[in-house]
Design a protein around this ligand. Structure first.
Ligand code: ATP
Length: 607
């Protein structure tokens, strides 16, 4: 999916089983590079603790065979203190190691989250319209946070157990090779079921993860503001709850199965673990009778043996943990591999705000490969003029306007501003010179002031109130007890559509860009509100090059040029009167769409 074609991407596509390739491991290890010193230190500590762990069992032999038979109290105390000391030092090193583990993993999570946020900021709009609700949040939070367990459950687990196994086995061999071989004979009994068990647990873990993602999806869809309203208005609470409950119950069942799958195995493992010492007592006892080993030797041997079987038990989870970790990295890398396709060209130049005339030349665009949204769009919006876009719903008006700030990239043809192709301009300069007022003006959940100053954080209080007065919203804002410090609620839910749009106009006035793109509100505005918006717009558009998706007759009458869009192409162009005389699409549209608004306007004028 590298350099992937975003249009055909299925984000929910997750590899069934992760592909543990060399390149993948290399890519993962890159995240550890900045923390290599800490990682090496962890490995050294693990090596030290595994060696220190050998001391107490070895010292037991000297206690039983040396200090006790010779009744040497001094030696006994020395050996016990040494054994105790080894345990305490290992414990202290363990504390340091826990700190380092957490330091390394939290830093990697920190780096990845920053990298992901930066990356997602650069993704095109198309990405966010394709991606499942909640998916971005899941990847940003639980997937990346899952990485913090990776270091512990894989790197540390693997290194620690390997050190313990090797050091203990070598010690056993040195002590008595015959007994060591006997102890190891039963190891295959662990290994064979371990692999099988690992696979089952991996499958269950994977299914659980998918269910969790589905659950997040439902939560996002139904407990977000618009989803919640949809659910309530269509009285789908019961239906949504029943889907949620069924997924919830499925994930519960899977999680219980996952933990039980491990339990049976652990039971068998415990049984095997006790077989080992019994065999050692039996065969070791025989060797003792033969005079080949001491009592201390047998006790020490059994104590060391417990160090071998323990790590084997833990290694059973390693297969699952490695796969789970790789799957997490895969999901994260899948996002990183999507190249943001709208970026600055190497020699991009800043836009010249003094020449904001816009020229479309044979522009074509498709959201999906087989469905052309725009075809052969050619027009010029001259400096300081207003161009109105009219046409039936779905004709492509919004699409035309979205191409100007490069929210989407044209497939064919070109758009020039002041004679320069917008693809040759820096995105930042281009977008900073475009003010967009959409129908559904987005306000974030903060104060009115915060929302306004988002356009220009340097603006003074006077500039802000001036803009709001010009947008005919100042008096309304001042009616709130907290004035500009009133919190607007999620997406500005506490304000009406008209009020939001006027705040949005004030915001653009504060930004003071050279080009204005406006999508007039179609409905939900009363006549008075419409009147104020009209007045606000007049000010906003004065001396600016503007493109307005027009739904109101008054806007159309004021427009310098009207483009009639139908089925993704411009079918007529001209001024209002001229177009009416054409007796074509515009005339039709006009009689259907604008008669009502004309009546309204006339009524208002009379009033
Ligand atoms: N993000 C998208 N992904 C895929 N197709 C889209 C997307 N946005 C719009 N379309 C499709 O592109 C076509 C043009 O849509 P557009 O929103 O530009 O129309 P419009 O003229 O602005 O309509 P309206 O007046 O209803 O807002 C429509 O067929 C629409 O379904």
């Amino acid at each position: 999916m590298a350099n992937g074609n975003l249009r055909n991407m299925k984000f929910e596509d997750i590899a069934q089983k992760p592909n543990i390739s060399k390149a993948m491991l290399k890519r993962i290890s890159r995240y550890f590079i900045p923390y290599w010193k800490q990682t090496v230190l962890v490995l050294v500590i693990l090596l030290l603790t595994s060696l220190l762990g050998l001391l107490p069992p070895i010292l037991i032999q000297h206690i039983v065979d040396g200090a006790l038979p010779s009744k040497d109290l001094r030696l006994l105390v020395t050996l016990v203190v040494a054994s105790l000391g080894a345990t305490v030092v290992a414990g202290l090193l363990g504390v340091l190691q826990t700190y380092l583990n957490s330091f390394i993993s939290q830093n990697i999570v920190y780096d990845m989250k920053n990298q992901m946020y930066r990356h997602l900021q650069r993704m095109p709009l198309q990405f966010f319209s394709n991606v499942k609700q909640g998916e971005v949040i899941t990847r940003m939070t639980s997937d990346i946070s899952g990485i913090q367990g990776v270091f512990n459950s894989t790197v540390v687990n693997f290194a620690n157990n390997s050190f313990i196994l090797v050091s203990t086995f070598v010690t056993l061999l040195i002590m008595n090779w015959k007994l060591a071989i006997l102890a190891i004979v039963i190891v295959p009994l662990f290994i064979v079921p371990t692999r099988k068990m690992g696979k089952i647990r991996w499958k269950l873990a994977k299914q659980t993860q998918e269910k969790m993602s589905d659950q997040n999806h439902i939560i996002q869809e139904t407990l977000s503001l618009s989803g919640y309203m949809l659910m309530k208005l269509f009285t789908k609470e019961e239906k949504e709850f029943s889907s949620f409950r069924s997924i919830n119950s499925e994930s519960k069942r899977l999680q219980i199965r996952e933990s039980m799958a491990g339990r049976w195995f652990m039971m068998l493992l415990t049984t095997f673990t006790s077989i080992g010492p019994m065999l050692i007592y039996l065969y070791g006892g025989y060797l003792y009778i033969q005079g080949d080993i001491t009592v201390g030797g047998i006790i020490s041997f059994v104590a060391l043996l417990s160090r071998i079987y323990g790590p084997f038990g833990q290694m059973t989870n390693l297969y699952v943990d490695i796969n789970r970790s790789i799957a997490l990295f895969e999901r994260i890398f899948e996002y990183f591999d999507m190249e943001p396709n709208i970026v600055d060209r190497p020699n991009a130049i800043p836009m010249n705000p003094a020449k904001p005339d816009i020229a479309f030349h044979e522009v074509g665009f498709a959201y999906q490969q087989d469905k052309q949204a725009l075809r052969n769009i050619t027009f010029t919006a001259k400096l300081g003029t207003m161009t109105a876009l009219v046409g039936p719903s779905g004709a492509g008006k919004t699409t035309i306007t979205n191409l100007i700030p490069r929210l989407y990239e044209t497939d064919t043809g070109s758009i020039r501003i002041g004679g320069t192709d917008i693809r040759d301009m820096t995105l930042e300069s281009l977008r900073s010179q475009i003010g967009l007022v959409t129908q559904d003006s987005y306000l974030f959940n903060g104060t009115i002031k915060d929302n306004l100053l988002y356009a220009n954080s340097e603006a003074t209080y006077e500039e802000m109130t001036e803009a709001c007065k010009a947008a005919y919203i100042h008096d309304f804002i001042m009616e709130f007890p907290e004035g500009y410090d009133t919190v607007v609620g999620n997406r500005g839910i506490k304000l009406s559509g008209g009020e939001k749009q006027r705040i949005s106009i004030a915001r653009v006035l504060l930004k003071d860009p050279a080009i204005i793109i406006m999508d007039e509100a179609t409905s939900s505005l009363d006549t008075v509100s419409e009147y104020y918006i009209q007045r606000a717009m007049d000010l906003l558009l004065r001396n600016k090059t503007s493109i307005v998706i027009a739904h109101r007759l008054s806007t159309i009458m004021a427009a310098d040029n009207i483009l009639v869009v139908q089925d993704g192409t411009i079918v007529e162009e001209g001024k209002h009167e001229q177009l009416l005389l054409n007796n074509g699409v515009y005339k039709d549209l006009h009689s259907k769409q604008f008669d009502r608004s004309r009546n309204d306007s006339e009524r208002l004028l009379e009033a």
